[in-house]
Structures are given as C-alpha cells and as structure tokens.
Design a protein around this ligand. Structure first.
Ligand SMILES: [Zn+2]
Length: 100
C-alpha cells in the first residue's frame, strides 16, 4: 500500500514564497518536521511523512494553522499515522479491534 506523504521540498518553498495563513501553516509544519529530524517518531522511517496531532482535532479545524501547535504535533510516516488514526477512531467508537 502506497500512501502519500508531505512534499518537503514544496513545503520549504511554500514557507518562503506563500503569504499569510498558507505561509504560517507551511512554517509550522516545517518546524515540526525539523524538530523530529524529518523522521517518523514511531518507526524511524523518513519516507511518506505526515504530521500527526497528539491532541485529536476533528472537523474543519484540521488544516487550520492554529491546529498545528508545535507541542501538540509529531512527525509520523503515513502508515503509522493511519494506524494511529484507525485505532483512535475505533477507541472513540468503543470498538475493541486494534491494528498493530
Ligand atoms: Zn512510521
């Protein structure tokens, strides 16, 4: 299964060339990736990276700059991120099944 990740080069360009909220969002995401050494904090992989919220965010606020707080986000690869989201959703719904 191939999952999409963040295009880091594009993000670096956005952090410089974009304006307003888009720039702010790009910079926040880049700062989180940099802090974690551009690696998944769960498995150490450096491909298909995404940013995971450690504090769940639902609905519209997901892609809002204010939801990417430095200390409430971690770098994860798409696979670990998906597993965590899946398990978190199951937990929220009261399902016992876990993807490990
Ligand atoms: Zn991972």
């Amino acid at each position: 299964m191939k999952l999409p990740g963040i295009d880091i080069e594009k993000l670096k360009i956005s952090a410089v060339t974009k304006r307003g909220t888009e720039r702010k969002l790009a910079r926040r995401r880049l700062a989180i990736l940099e802090r974690d050494g551009f690696k998944c904090v769960t498995c150490g992989k450096s491909e298909n990276l995404t940013i995971s919220h450690t504090v769940p965010i639902y609905g519209k606020k997901r892609n809002h700059a204010s939801s990417f707080k430095f200390d409430e986000c971690i770098t994860q690869c798409s696979e670990c991120h998906l597993k965590e989201e899946y398990n978190r959703t199951n937990l929220r719904l009261g399902h016992v099944f876990r993807w490990t």
